[in-house]
Design a protein around this ligand. Structure first.
Ligand code: GDD
Ligand code: MN
Length: 361
């Protein structure tokens, strides 16, 4: 049996056309149920689905009142149903029900753990009127997911899997839209097949994708990177934060000099501001934990760490230049080595002493 989960928020007008197309594509092909997971929309979807049910459609609706969110609605539907094959799709007819039999076929092979309806494999497509901004967003989103999976359309909301594959996921932490990506990582899915689909733009209702959802995607990615790559992911973030701090430093310095401050003072202020900037980002992003230690304690420890880190940097670069002929001829390389040593020092002390994050297993 196949359980088709359809998350909805303000999609009442789409329920009937979607159910009709599902029935046309699936009646007599597979045993299935259609389960809407609605987050208490201010519309009459419950009555609409009841009407469809009276007409013989294998459809029902689960209403959540305490939670909102696309990915968490999908997991809720997966947990509340019994089909040995589970799938989800959008309610707005973007995903073609006619592709489901092909997706089932693809899942039939023993090895395949998950099947995605994909826009970005040969034969897949989208409507033509996607503006450049939407395209850019979509492709940037895919690019950022590539270290996690080789799947071409990892952001798709049209996918199917065997229930045991879903059940073996640990530490699910749904945020935003990309449920499939989280499941690939946390169920350790290796065999994914992509079935080409045409993605149609919605005709009825409005998209719920907004800036908040896009921001959530970045937070989601960070968590998945941390989950998959652990300390390496944190180190990458630590370096990115450091790079942004360098920009803050240079801008502030230039500004203060324009204002006519004494160089020594301007330099000190710029460094201090950049250090504080780095601290804030590392505390809230790189090493974010739900219950962080006291702010001031962390702040002075971080400041001290950076001071000693600077000393390590200085000693390494000056020492190398002094004692090695090669570095003597390549002084910038010695400086780079110093920066590297200082950064590593800062990073390890940040982990051990300043932020002490508890990584999720
Ligand atoms: N229950 C529930 N709760 N459902 C929601 C919520 C929510 O908070 N937010 C959105 N949905 C439902 C919508 O009602 C719709 O059925 C489906 O989730 C997709 O929402 P859209 O607002 O239509 O999103 P989209 O078209 O921008 O995004 C789709 O395409 C993206 C790729 O371009 C989704 O399939 C995404 O998963 C996908 O990444
Ligand atoms: Mn949509």
């Amino acid at each position: 049996m196949l359980s088709i989960i359809i998350p909805t928020y303000r999609e009442a007008d789409n329920a009937r056309p979607l159910v009709q197309r599902l029935r046309a594509a699936l009646d007599g092909v597979v045993e299935y149920e259609i389960v809407f997971v609605d987050d208490n929309s201010p519309d009459d979807i419950v009555a609409r689905v009841a009407e469809l049910q009276r007409e013989g459609a294998p459809a029902r609706v689960l209403v959540r009142t305490t939670e909102r969110g696309l990915s968490s609605a999908i997991y809720h539907g997966f947990r509340e149903t019994r089909g040995e094959i589970i799938m989800c799709m959008d309610a707005d007819l973007s995903h073609p029900p006619e592709a489901i039999p092909k997706m089932l076929d693809a899942l039939r092979s023993e090895k395949t753990e998950m099947v995605m309806g994909s826009r970005y494999v040969p034969g897949g497509s989208t409507d033509n009127d996607w503006g450049w901004y939407r395209r850019l967003n979509s492709h940037l989103g895919r690019l950022l997911a590539f270290p996690l999976t080789k799947v071409r359309d990892s952001g798709a909301g049209f996918f199917m899997m065997r229930r045991p594959v879903f059940m073996r996921a640990t530490n699910l932490n749904p945020i935003g839209y990309k449920a499939a990506l989280e499941l690939m990582v946390k169920s350790h899915v290796t065999e994914v097949r992509e079935v080409p689909i045409h993605f149609t733009d919605r005709r009825i209702g409005e998209s719920k994708m907004d800036f908040k959802v896009q921001w959530q995607y970045l937070v989601h990615l960070k968590r998945l990177y941390d989950y998959r790559f652990g300390r390496w992911s944190q180190f990458l973030q630590f370096c990115l934060v450091g790079a942004s701090g360098a920009v803050v430093d240079l801008f502030t310095y230039a500004l203060l000099m324009k204002l006519g401050l004494v160089i020594g003072f301007a330099r000190a202020l710029a460094i201090w501001l950049a250090l504080t900037w780095n601290f804030a980002l590392n505390r809230t992003l790189t090493f974010s934990v739900s219950a962080p230690p006291p702010l001031l304690q962390q702040y002075w420890r971080y400041g001290l760490t950076c001071l000693i880190g600077a000393l390590v940097n200085w000693c390494a670069s000056v020492g190398l230049t002094h004692y090695s002929d090669w570095f003597h001829d390549h002084k910038l390389c010695a400086a780079v080595a110093g920066i590297l040593a200082g950064t590593l020092f800062n990073f390890f002390l940040s982990i051990q002493w300043v932020f002490q994050p508890k990584l999720r297993p």
